[in-house]
Ligand binder design. Structure first.
Ligand code: NIG
Ligand code: FE
Length: 416
């Protein structure tokens, strides 16, 4: 299939020399072409340029032409942190928090992640696939083209494998690019509270070999936090995960400064995510690493947490990625347009910084920046076309709106 999009008002995030990530002051730059064309052949971007320089593509037959006058074309968002496979919902806890309970207090009385684990244990694989597909479809129409999905509401070998098999099935059913993460170390299940060592042994000696055997996960993640997993346990679990072919990721410094970032740098995690309680030592450690600092503004907003020092991290030369953390407890939204608005309004990131964070840098956080996250020749053709809007800055500006009009994933126009 060949597609030509012409008269594009702004073609955003074009790269002649693709980079794997964009750091520090460079994040303020966003390369755009005005009055542009974009050509797609099969699943790849075949070319782009200014309409003024258009010489036509003479040998193209059966060409689908899209007129994007007054519209913006963006590379699809890469959402590098979600928990999109889950059963039921947790609006009861949302109301409990409005009435004064904290996220930690809800967990201590058996709610939170343990509540979702209870619900997931009685859901079938088919039910989980069905509800996750609805969510994947929703985020696709909000501009997301690639997504990482975690397990972590299983917390037993059987249920963790069930979640990861669901994710594997989703890879075949959804047009989105999907990466899978094993998050058995999301919480200590109730029955192991007095014998946490036994649960860690189970993760390492039983779950990991089974996951490797079925090739179910690209990454291994740990919730490094008070009442969840210590820094030392995090390092042990992620080191074991590496031996089973899984690259480390970490839920780090979300509720307290607990050592997650330092653990992440030590085990060479691809990303450390959340970062509300990051301090100078963590920023320094990240400066000498390949680990992507990832903020999750949906969770900080929804739980009313202090904000990660995104500005300070960028000013220290770090790259920043942004992801949705779509999950039923701390961020029941996978809307990356809304995440851009939060980046700009709350974190004082410019629209350019926010878009870099949600495209190329979040692609890096899921090992996809060679093929996704920008408009470059040879990259996978994952893009969206907006409704008629004045500029790309209008996307974070008009918070709460969905301005996506047309979605193309892997070179195919998705019908809505
Ligand atoms: O990323 N912090 C830990 N995990 C999730 C929340 C999970 C839940 O509450 O269900 C997060 O915020
Ligand atoms: Fe998370």
């Amino acid at each position: 299939m060949k597609i030509l999009i012409k008269n594009i008002k702004e073609l955003v995030q074009v790269e002649d020399e693709p980079k794997l990530k964009i750091s520090g002051a460079e994040m303020k730059n966003l390369n755009c072409l005005h009055n542009a064309w974009l050509a797609i052949e099969d699943d790849k971007i075949a070319g782009f340029g200014k309409m003024d320089d258009w010489e036509g593509i003479s040998d193209w037959t059966n060409l689908t032409i899209i007129d994007a006058s007054d519209k913006i074309v963006m590379p699809s968002y890469c959402d590098s942190h979600t928990h999109i496979v889950y059963a039921g919902s947790r609006e009861g806890e949302f109301v409990d928090r409005i009435n004064g309970l904290t996220y930690e207090q809800i967990f201590e009385r058996g709610g939170g992640i343990l509540n979702s684990a209870k619900k997931l244990s009685v859901a079938t694989e088919d039910e989980l696939v069905e509800s996750a597909l609805i969510r994947l479809n929703e985020i696709m129409w909000q501009g997301t083209g690639a997504v990482e999905i975690k397990s972590g509401y299983g917390l037993s070998t059987e249920a963790e494998l069930k979640m990861l098999r669901v994710i594997k099935k989703l890879k075949t059913l959804s047009p989105l690019t999907i990466k899978a993460t094993f998050l058995g170390a999301h919480a200590i299940p109730k029955e192991y509270q007095e014998s946490r060592r036994k649960y860690i042994d189970l993760l390492i000696n039983e779950m990991m070999p089974a996951i490797e055997k079925e090739q179910l996960a690209d990454y291994c993640d740990v919730f490094c936090e008070q009442n969840y997993f210590t820094k030392e346990e995090t390092i042990e679990i992620l080191t074991a995960g590496k031996k089973h072919g899984m690259t480390p990721k970490i839920h780090a410094e979300q509720l307290s400064n607990f050592g997650g970032v330092l653990a992440g740098v030590e085990v060479e995690a691809i990303s450390v995510d959340h970062l509300e309680f990051v301090g100078d030592a963590e920023i320094k450690a990240l400066q000498n690493s390949k680990t992507m600092a990832t903020i999750l503004p949906g969770a900080a907003f929804f739980l009313g947490l202090p904000l990660p020092p995104a500005r300070k991290m960028i000013d220290a030369g770090l790259p920043i990625a942004v992801a949705s953390d779509f999950n039923p407890g701390s961020s029941p939204s996978g809307n990356m347009n809304l995440m851009l608005s939060l980046c700009c309004v709350q974190y004082k990131m410019t629209p350019e910084e926010a878009i870099n964070a949600a495209t190329i840098n979040s692609a890096y956080a899921m090992d996809l920046s060679k093929t996704h996250g920008s408009i470059a020749v040879g990259k996978q053709a994952n893009i969206f076309i907006t409704k008629e809007i004045p500029s790309y800055a209008f996307i974070p500006y008009s918070f709460g709106s969905n301005l996506v009009e047309k979605v193309i994933i892997a070179g195919k126009i998705v019908n809505g």
